[in-house]
Design a protein. Structure first.
Length: 198
């Protein structure tokens, strides 16, 4: 049944079919100010950190990582004084570009991550993986929205009850409600905090 909604068998879809190939990267020596500017410029949530040769992924930094680090940092440094290496996540969750998308989705779910670094298989022998792309939850959403039209209804998956506030309320009020009701969208809250502090 599930395979019938796709143009071809679900097992024929690989990470390379979904991944973004032109990945925005920075080196670990760059600073958080540059990372934040790159995220704003390209409207992305994460940046892959690579070696100087720009081939091998060694970390990933998100806006959430940056905020958590700045809040916990006791040195009172500005963003342009903090190297990405201090804030980035070093334990990467990766998949090969020829892994089927069901494997990729399972890997992301099991590791509770919203992105998957995609690497080339031919580098696995020496553990010196080269970057092929990145797959995010947004890529999966786009993929299924294009391939699963009419499969089910929103009613089966929507959250209830819905909480609302006035457009005149403060951002801090929205954040407080999200925290109290425990339906916090961490990315949305992060964006709220950025708007408040910058």
């Amino acid at each position: 049944m599930f395979n019938e909604i796709f143009k071809r068998n679900i097992k024929d879809y690989k990470a390379k079919d979904l991944m973004v190939k032109n990945v925005i990267t920075l080196s670990a020596q760059e600073d958080l100010w540059k990372a934040q500017n790159m995220m704003s410029r390209y409207n992305i949530k994460k940046i892959v950190i690579v070696t100087d040769s720009k081939k091998h992924p060694i970390g990933i930094v998100s806006l959430k990582d940056m905020i958590k680090f700045v809040i916990s940092d006791k040195t009172d440094r500005d963003l342009h004084e903090i190297p990405i290496s201090e804030a980035m996540t070093k334990n990467l969750v990766m998949a090969y570009k020829n892994n089927v998308i069901t494997h990729c989705a399972k890997t992301m779910t099991e590791n509770n991550v919203s992105s998957l670094i995609i690497v080339n298989e031919d580098d696995s022998k020496n553990d010196n993986y080269s970057l092929a792309g990145i797959v995010t939850t947004t890529d999966f959403t786009d993929f299924f929205s294009e391939n699963c039209i009419g499969l089910t209804s929103v009613e089966k998956y929507m959250s209830q009850p819905a909480f609302t506030i006035s457009i005149k309320d403060n951002v801090s009020t929205a954040a407080q409600i999200m925290l109290e009701k425990k339906f916090l969208d961490l990315w949305l809250l992060t964006k709220m905090i950025i708007k408040i502090i910058w």
